[in-house]
Design a protein. Structure first.
Length: 221
C-alpha cells in the first residue's frame, strides 16, 4: 500500500555497524551530503516525496533511528544524545565531509545534539518542530505523549506510521505481533524470507510503548 509518506523510489538500503547498533540508511543522488532524520515513530521513508528533488543536487542520506523503521532496538534508552553519537559515527563510516543535517521532531533533537556534541562534523542544521528542553512542551501535550504506549496501537492503525510497517506482516505470516511482552527485541535478521527493502519495518513499532516506559516485543519468528 502506498501512503502519503512513500514513493515508488526503489529502496537502496544498507546497514552500518556503529556504536553497537545496526543502523539502516539509504543513499540517493550525488553532491553536497545531506542527512535527513525522521520524527518519532516514523522512518526515513517519511521523506520519500522530497528525496528525488533533493537528490538532484545532494547526496541524500536517510536514516532509520534506533528502534524505528528497519533499525532494530538495542538495550539502551531512546535518547537523542545517544542517537547523536550514532549519526556522528555514521558520518565517519560513510566518509562524509561535513554534511548538512535536517531533522524533524525527534530527528530535530538528534540533529541539534549531533551539532552540539560533534561541531566539526556538521556544516549546517535545518531543525523542524523540535525542542531543546522538555519544559518547552506544554504539560498537557506531555501527558498525551505518555499515553502513546502499546495500548494505543489499535487507534493508530490508519496512520502512515503504522502502514509503513505493514509489509513485515505480509513477509512472514508465521510471525506474531505481541503487545506488550518483555525484553526480547525484534531483529530484522529473523525475516530471512524477505529482502531488506520489504522487511524489518515493524522492528521499531513496539518502541512506541517503550517510550512511555512499557516494554514490548514487536515480532517473533
Amino acid at each position: 500500500m502506498k501512503t502519503d509518506w512513500t514513493t515508488d523510489v526503489k529502496r537502496t538500503g544498507q546497514y552500518a555497524d556503529v556504536n553497537g547498533i545496526k543502523l539502516y540508511f539509504e543513499t540517493h543522488g550525488a553532491g553536497r551530503p545531506l542527512i535527513l532524520l525522521h520524527g518519532g515513530l516514523g522512518s526515513g521513508e517519511m521523506f520519500g516525496p522530497v528525496v528525488p528533488k533533493l537528490a538532484e543536487r545532494h547526496q541524500v542520506v536517510t536514516v532509520d533511528l534506533q528502534g524505528h523503521g528497519r533499525t532494530a532496538d538495542i538495550d539502551r534508552p531512546i535518547d537523542v544524545r545517544l542517537m547523536a553519537g550514532d549519526i556522528a559515527a555514521l558520518i565517519e563510516h560513510l566518509g562524509l565531509a561535513k554534511p548538512d543535517l535536517v531533522g524533524y521532531s525527534l530527528g530535530g533533537g538528534v540533529a541539534l545534539q549531533t551539532a552540539a556534541q560533534y561541531p566539526t562534523k556538521v556544516r549546517r542544521l535545518g531543525v523542524v518542530s523540535a525542542n531543546i528542553r522538555p519544559d518547552a512542551i506544554y504539560p498537557e501535550m506531555r501527558a498525551q505523549q505518555g499515553q502513546v504506549n502499546a495500548a494505543a496501537i489499535e487507534f493508530m492503525k490508519d496512520t502512515p506510521m503504522y502502514r509503513l510497517r505493514s509489509a513485515v506482516f505480509r513477509c512472514r505470516r508465521s510471525s506474531s505481533l505481541r503487545m506488550p511482552t518483555w525484553r526480547r527485541r525484534a531483529n530484522t535478521s529473523r525475516f530471512s524470507n524477505c529482502s531488506v527493502a520489504d522487511c524489518g519495518t515493524a522492528a521499531g513499532w513496539a518502541r512506541a510503548g517503550r517510550k512511555a516506559g512499557t516494554r514490548s516485543r514487536s515480532c517473533r519468528a
